[in-house]
Design a binder for this molecule. Structure first.
Ligand SMILES: [Zn+2]
Length: 188
């Protein structure tokens, strides 16, 4: 979910105190060594289907499931919101219904896989987490990932243009661009 681009009114922005803020600079120790491992095939499949669903006009999203070993999360499968339910995508928002969410939890419980990451598209280059994104509790586990893809997933895809956020003790921590390649390990 993206925020609307505000025309520059010349007014100072007031701090918003009602949601946890993505970390700025300070790396929470509990996610210091967290890594997300994914195959090139699964990453490309996810990005191409998100871009197709977004079709330059609306947000789209998916969940990666997989296994967790210590600080490493390995994504092994993808579940697209629009395949789980009517995701009601719009220019700046989309939904995963509670029913769809619980069906997915049951499926994963049956297969022994864990929720690893949420990945969703934003219309433009801003890849922070909106307040709604921050509150969107698909999973509140420390070490859960939330990735934001700019420009509705349009090519060319650039790892360093992604918003890479990790759930920490005290809200979300955004991985600095320069560190993304240390955190997201693409194989194959
Ligand atoms: Zn968003």
């Amino acid at each position: 979910m993206a925020r609307k681009t505000q025309p520059n009114s010349g007014l100072p922005r007031l701090p918003e105190a009602d949601a946890p803020h993505p970390g700025e600079g300070v790396q929470p120790p509990e996610v210091e060594h967290s890594r997300l491992l994914i195959s090139r095939r699964l990453l490309d499949l996810t990005l191409s289907k998100l871009a197709a669903r977004s079709a330059e006009t609306r947000e789209s999203a998916a969940i990666w499931a997989g296994t967790i070993a210590g600080e490493d999360s390995l994504a092994t499968e993808v579940h697209f919101h629009h395949e789980l339910c009517d995701d009601r995508g719009s220019e700046l928002s989309l939904e995963l219904t509670e029913e769809a969410k619980f069906r997915l939890y049951e499926t994963l419980h049956g297969s022994g896989l864990k929720l690893v990451a949420l990945i969703h598209t934003h219309p433009e280059s801003w890849v922070g987490l909106s307040h709604i994104d921050q509150r969107n509790q698909v999973c509140s586990r420390i070490g859960f990932w939330s990735l934001v893809v700019p420009n509705y997933g349009r090519r060319p895809w650039d790892l360093f243009a992604l918003g890479v956020h990790i759930r920490a003790d005290n809200g979300w921590y955004q991985v600095p661009k320069a560190k993304i390649a240390d955190r997201i390990i693409i194989s194959g």
